[in-house]
Design a protein around this ligand. Sequence first.
Ligand code: SF4
Length: 317
Amino acid sequence: MVVDVQCIMQGLAAVANCYHTKLITTDDRAKIEGATHMGFDEANAIESAKAIVRAAIDNFPNRKPGFFIPKHKSELIAGFSHETINYLLGGLFRASYRPLNDNIINGRIRGVAGVVGCNNARVTHDNIHVTLVKELIRNDVLVLLTGCAAMAVAKTGLMVPEGAQYAGEGLRSVCEAVGIPPVLHMGACVDNCRILIAATAMVKDGGLGDDISDLPACGAAPEWMSEKAVSIGQYFVSSGIYTLFGVTWPTVGSKEVTDFLFKDIEKMYGGMWDFEPDPIKMAQKMIAHIDKKRRALRIDKARERVLYDMAMRRELT
Ligand code: SF4
């Protein structure tokens, strides 16, 4: 097992020690007592990686019977950056978010949700992430995922284009036309800026308001546990995104602080916090927010397609 600078509990070394597993740290700033340190050399990345793979292979004979490796395997397509989305939607020579914006405006895609954050030992592993994301795509919300949330959902097979079969009719038709999954893996939780870069690109492309807070979009960390998740959440809120957290919320004891974070802060940043431990209710709150933004943009009603004949065109000019 290789760890670098993500939030790794120090006790992991003791747990690994109970098995044959070798715990390897790679970042010189984040060594763990009891782990093997194999510093990652950026200039010779392949050599560093090969040395780690070799250590794993050498350790294989130490594997004893009595461990459990699940038979279930699931594929995923990972690494959707702002640039990849651009090319996938618009093609190499006309890279653009236009198809995404157009499909949000015409209602095939209801909105966009960023789902990020940790697993939490207080709830059934992965369950909240998976239930929330399934409910969102069923309601035509395109989901962008990072971090441990992404790993949770990848295991369910939603991160391949075939995952579109679980999406609502509108989202499914767009995913099938472009060939993308309904749930996009955008990297580690330290890559959340990619989600906001995508949001900025949507605003820039036009037709969905003048600010990130105008977009039919929201964010969630349904199983958060790390303090890092709070700072990332505040980054979303202050960028204009309505952001929900699950499991527990640290300010519920203070009405004044909670009212500020859940309501008043919206006047300052356009986004605000919210708390909802139930994944279905969380999805409903997110969809209600998306619909509110759609109404404000006046794209809440499906527009009838009108084919113009010559007389109608002349009338236009
Ligand atoms: S999602 Fe949470 S647990 Fe996972 S790496 Fe990020 S902060 Fe850590």
